[in-house]
Every structure is written in structure tokens, then in C-alpha cells.
Unconditional design. Structure first.
Length: 114
């Protein structure tokens, strides 16, 4: 089982990034997918959730209207489109699969700084 995140980098405030998480080793379409983040010195925070079919999404209040979670079940990939990035969005971003088991990726660093 693997979840491999990518797309994290250094970006200026107000910029955009799209994170990707490619899954393998399990039946992706049977799992709810989530993006978490963890900033230095802070607890891991749930950012966004998407249902198995992609028709239901939820977000933490601080990213509503700026972030969009989506998934491609044919490609075993979940995305996080992040717009209007703020310095407080700086964190390691992790994807997670929730279903019969729970799986985690290794994370990708997003740094928002001028």
C-alpha cells in the first residue's frame, strides 16, 4: 500500500498550488480520502474530506472558499487545489485513506512566504 503526495513547494502569499496524492495497493474507490496538514509546533489538522464517489466534500473553516478537494477514481488520485495561499497555510500536507483500514502518505511540504 502506498500514498505518494507531490506538488508541495515554496510559493508567495496569494499564490496557488495543486497537490496530488497517488494511491496504490488498495481499492481506491472504496475509501474516503482526506488531506491533513501539520505546521511546525502544531497538531495535525484535518483540512478537507471527499466521499468515495466525490460528490460530498467538507473543509475546515480556515480554507473554505480557497481550497478544493477532488478525486479521479480511474487514476487512483486525489487532489487539493489551493488558491489565495496565506502564510498560515505553511505546513506539511498529508493525504489519508479511510475505509476498511487507514493509510497515510509521507507528506509534502508547502511553504507560503515572500
Amino acid at each position: 500500500v502506498q500514498l505518494v503526495e507531490s506538488g508541495g513547494t515554496l510559493v508567495q502569499p496569494g499564490g496557488s498550488l495543486r497537490l496530488s496524492c497517488v494511491a496504490s495497493g488498495f481499492t481506491f474507490s472504496r475509501y474516503i480520502m482526506r488531506w491533513f496538514r501539520q505546521a511546525p509546533g502544531k497538531e495535525r489538522e484535518l483540512v478537507a474530506t471527499i466521499s468515495r464517489t466525490g460528490d460530498i466534500t467538507n473543509y475546515v473553516d480556515s480554507v473554505k472558499g480557497r481550497f478544493t478537494i477532488s478525486r479521479d477514481n480511474a487514476g487512483n488520485t486525489v487532489y487539493l487545489q489551493m488558491n489565495s495561499l496565506q502564510t498560515d497555510d505553511t505546513a506539511v500536507y498529508y493525504c489519508s485513506a479511510i475505509g476498511a483500514s487507514a493509510y497515510w502518505g509521507q507528506g509534502t511540504q508547502v511553504t507560503v512566504s515572500s
